[in-house]
Design a protein around this ligand. Structure first.
Ligand code: NDP
Length: 326
């Protein structure tokens, strides 16, 4: 078996030489362990933070050690009660083709009628992020006008659809006409192509003449500034991600930041992991929407191409969830 490791810590945008594919031993199973053939591996923007040698909410990847991340695979050997060869499970030993883990670190896929890889996207961590960020953190309600950035991504496209299902007006932004058409097809009332717009503030004000009640931030930077500029009084911002600055040390200039005061904007950062006590609500509610939810995937084949798939997140190569298929 083989696994990706971090060969050195990236400076700015990662490059191919920062990663190394190594042979990884496949030891005999100890009591309580499973051997899993990974079928689908996830690449996620937060992994960029784990490449830095800085303490954050997720520990830094150790140099030379297999990297980790969400994965879905098939049990091929079990030394643990409750698991048998053929079981499909999700776990965190990604970035490799075969995983040996203790059984308590694996979870069987929930009984929802979607393909296994959907549990890495809309029915997994990114979907939970959309659901909890919109409904619990921003406390978005029917009738609200919601602005969401990176709206054609895994999290954003789910935010758009949950917000529409709950009777909100939705403005999404995405890069390029193809993604914007797709976001419109998800039900968004207005879509901004941020790569084509001159001023995001002007475009957002035109789409929401009465202002926005909620901003779901995936991007930071100019998107956050435009949301500050157009926020109504007592608007709520759920700060989910700031992909605009993950590869840069440049501080973001926010021209409209003082509007936080006059408009009494509530800005709340969050981590999806804080909301796991309510994960049952997420699965229950999402299961009722299975037939109505649209889902797009950008699939890259083979372990060798995994760093490329990861880097593609930062150039917008993905529509919907970016996945690696083995
Ligand atoms: P996406 O599927 O949205 O992929 C990333 C997308 O971001 C790209 O497709 C691209 O779309 C857009 N993008 C990349 N660079 C920029 C840029 N400089 N400016 C504007 N847009 C950019 O990823 P996810 O759905 O997995 O994640 C979305 C966000 O949510 C990320 O910021 C991530 O870190 C965050 N997140 C936070 C969690 C939490 O617990 N707080 C949990 C999970 C995710 P386009 O072509 O439209 O530019």
């Amino acid at each position: 078996p083989r696994a990706w490791t971090l060969a050195r810590r990236p400076d700015g945008m990662p490059v191919a030489e920062d990663f190394a594919l190594i042979d990884h031993p496949s030891p005999p199973l100890e009591a309580g362990q499973l051997r899993i053939a990974n079928r689908w591996l996830s690449v996620d923007p937060y992994m960029r933070g784990r490449m830095n040698d800085a303490k954050s909410y997720a520990a830094p990847f150790a140099l030379g050690e297999p990297m980790g991340g969400h994965a879905v695979g098939e049990v091929i050997e079990s030394n643990a009660d409750g698991f048998a060869p053929g079981d499909m499970v999700q776990h965190m030993a990604g970035w490799r083709d075969e995983a040996v883990i203790v059984a308590r670190e694996a979870t069987k896929l929930p009984p929802i009628d979607v393909p296994p890889q959907a549990f890495l996207g809309q029915f997994g961590m990114p979907g939970m992020t959309a659901y909890f960020g919109l409904l619990h953190v921003a406390e978005a309600r029917p009738g609200d006008t919601v602005f969401v950035s990176a709206a054609a991504g895994a999290v954003g496209s789910t935010v758009v659809q949950i917000a529409k299902a709950k009777g909100m007006t939705v403005i999404g932004s995405a890069g390029g006409p193809e993604k914007c058409d797709w976001v419109r097809s998800l039900g968004a009332d207005h879509v901004l192509d941020y790569k084509a717009e001159g001023s995001l503030v002007k475009a957002l004000s035109a789409a929401a003449p009465d202002g926005i009640d909620v901003y779901f931030d995936n991007v930071g930077g100019a998107h956050l500034d435009a949301a500050l500029a157009t926020a109504r009084e007592r608007a709520r911002f759920a700060i989910c991600g700031m992909i605009d600055i993950y590869n840069s040390a440049e501080p973001t200039r926010l021209r409209y930041i003082a509007r936080i005061i006059a408009a009494r904007i509530r800005i709340q950062g969050f981590l999806v992991s804080d909301h796991m006590a309510h994960v049952g609500d997420f699965y229950r509610e999402m299961a009722t929407m299975v037939g109505r939810l649209k889902r797009e995937e950008t699939v890259v084949d083979g372990l060798d191409a995994m760093p490329d798939a990861f880097l593609g997140l930062f150039s917008g190569r993905n529509m919907g969830k970016m996945l690696v298929r083995l």
